[in-house]
Design a protein around this ligand. Structure first.
Ligand code: NAI
Length: 462
């Protein structure tokens, strides 16, 4: 039996980052992972492979939409789907191998296999039991199921199956207009599939700033995605390799159905906590399946901690990473903290969507006095030069103190631009602080500054 100061179960972004930080802080660390490769859902079947397909298909979209305008003639390239899949696999392999290298560099032991808690301070992996002063559960999440829908990963898919289809479908129904549905729906729409998104609510991307959501829906509809909103999916039937999705419109209870070659079920994810021996270990779960933790990631039993999708909060890789780092600091006897008010969220469609902090809807609900500074990318020279004038930056600041409360961006490189505002929020900055900061010209970032100026005496280019 080997013994460690920390054993982490789960090698996704939460777990592996926690392991690296623990090792850097001098703790003898092991990580249990049953997949062939490290990196969890994110690197293997989530964020990273989807970004490869999004990049490839975005490039194709650029050729179709803009190349001729710039005098680049010759027509669109042919799509070699097998090669695109191989490119995606290479991107994934490069990243997962990178984590393995970091494990060796930091002298972290990878215990290969599926782990469970055998007894207090003991983790079982295969036939072996290892001792741990601290056990960290970082097992992530899995797609949640939908009544009446059986996933076979051939015709009825989760994101995992949708990333690895044998061929490009002609028609696709996406259930759920959340992040996964819109990202993967975009991929296949750009590849020529007729994509119809069926969403239960009356708007896409729940929780997102309403104006941004409307704008995104309009832009995606122009790109060919069809939306059926306010529709509750009742079931999916598969016959002879094709699917029929039945739904009920909430406004009048009328029923309808849609036929398609494949169906992507993207109705959310649930914490993955089965088979870990949590019940026997006396670890409390919350009603929705997450592990109950305190502000320091401690579960209800001493020596057991949990982070990432397995606990409450947004199911985002970077949130898990931050929790992993903060917990490592705590386990090393230091202070560890995550500022949940400044966690960005990004949707990697074209244009990208990014947000941090509160939405206008939430501020209204809270009865807070706020001001809005908005700036359209149509006033941004760089964006217009590259045909990306659609979209805007919206900054919300406290009416009295001018402190930034939230920001919502739809437009070019929104996923990068948002971080300027995250840093500003970490420092408790006012909109004026951003507005007084020199921004290089011509950059997309100038639109952020202009939105900050619009919180005060006004934007210059509006
Ligand atoms: P989601 O929670 O973002 O969206 C699910 C959507 O499905 C919601 O709009 C919901 O109203 C709808 N829905 C639920 N039941 C339905 C029904 N019966 N009929 C029609 N619509 C229904 O979930 P999603 O997209 O599956 O993503 C899962 C998690 O993964 C999320 O927490 C997301 O943040 C994360 N993720 C993040 C990414 C990123 O940061 N770029 C990329 C991919 C996933």
């Amino acid at each position: 039996m080997s013994s460690f100061e920390v054993i982490i179960i789960g090698g996704g972004p939460g777990g592996y980052v926690c392991a690296i930080r623990c090792a850097q802080l001098g703790l003898k660390t092991a990580l249990v992972e049953g997949r062939e490769t490290l990196g969890g859902t994110c690197l293997n079947v989530g964020c990273i492979p989807s970004k490869a397909l999004l990049h490839a298909t975005h490039s194709l979209h650029e050729v179709h939409e803009n190349f001729e305008k710039m005098g680049l003639m010759g027509g669109a390239p042919k799509v070699d789907w097998a090669k695109m899949q191989a490119y995606k696999a290479d991107v994934v392999a490069g990243n997962t191998k990178g984590i393995e290298f970091l494990f060796k560099k930091n002298k972290i032991t990878w215990l290969k296999g599926w782990g469970s808690i055998a007894a207090p301070g003991k983790v079982k992996v295969g036939d072996e039991v290892h001792e741990a002063k601290n056990i960290v559960i970082a097992t992530g999440s899995e797609p949640s199921s939908l009544p009446g829908v059986t996933v076979d990963e051939k015709t009825v898919l989760t994101s995992t199956g949708a990333l690895a289809l044998g061929k490009i479908p002609k028609t696709m129904v996406v259930i759920g207009a959340g992040v996964i549905g819109l990202e993967l729906g975009s991929v296949y729409a750009r590849l020529g599939a007729q994509v119809t998104v069926v969403e239960y609510l009356d708007a896409i991307t729940p929780g997102m700033d309403g104006e941004v959501a409307k704008s995104l829906q309009r832009i995606l509809a122009k790109q060919g995605l069809k939306f059926i909103l306010g529709a509750a999916v009742q079931g999916v039937e598969v016959a002879k390799g094709s699917a029929t999705t039945r739904y009920k419109l909430r406004k009048d209870e009328s029923e309808a159905s849609l036929a398609s070659e494949v169906v992507l079920v993207a109705t959310g994810r649930k914490p993955y906590t089965e088979g870990l021996g949590l019940e026997a270990a006396g670890v409390d779960l919350l009603p929705r399946g997450q592990i109950r933790t305190d502000a320091h990631f401690a579960a209800s039993q001493p020596g057991i901690y949990a982070i990432g999708d397995a606990i409450t909060g947004p199911m985002l890789a970077h949130k898990a990473e931050d929790e992993g780092m903060a917990l490592a600091e705590i386990l090393a006897g230091r202070a560890g903290h995550v500022n949940y008010d400044a966690i960005p969220g990004v949707i990697y469609t074209t244009p990208e969507v990014a947000s941090v902090g509160k939405t206008e809807e939430v501020l209204k609900q809270e009865g807070r006095a706020y001001k809005v500074g908005k700036f359209s990318f149509m006033g941004n020279a760089r964006a217009k030069a590259v045909f990306q004038g659609e979209g805007f930056v919206k900054i919300l600041a406290d009416k009295t103190t001018d402190r930034i409360l939230g920001a919502h961006i739809i437009g070019p490189a929104a996923g990068e631009l948002i971080h300027e505002i995250c840093v500003a929020m970490e420092f408790g900055a006012s909109a004026e602080d951003l507005a007084l900061t020199c921004h290089a010209h011509p950059t997309y970032s100038e639109a952020v500054r202009e939105a900050a100026l619009a919180c005060g005496d006004g934007a210059i280019h509006a």
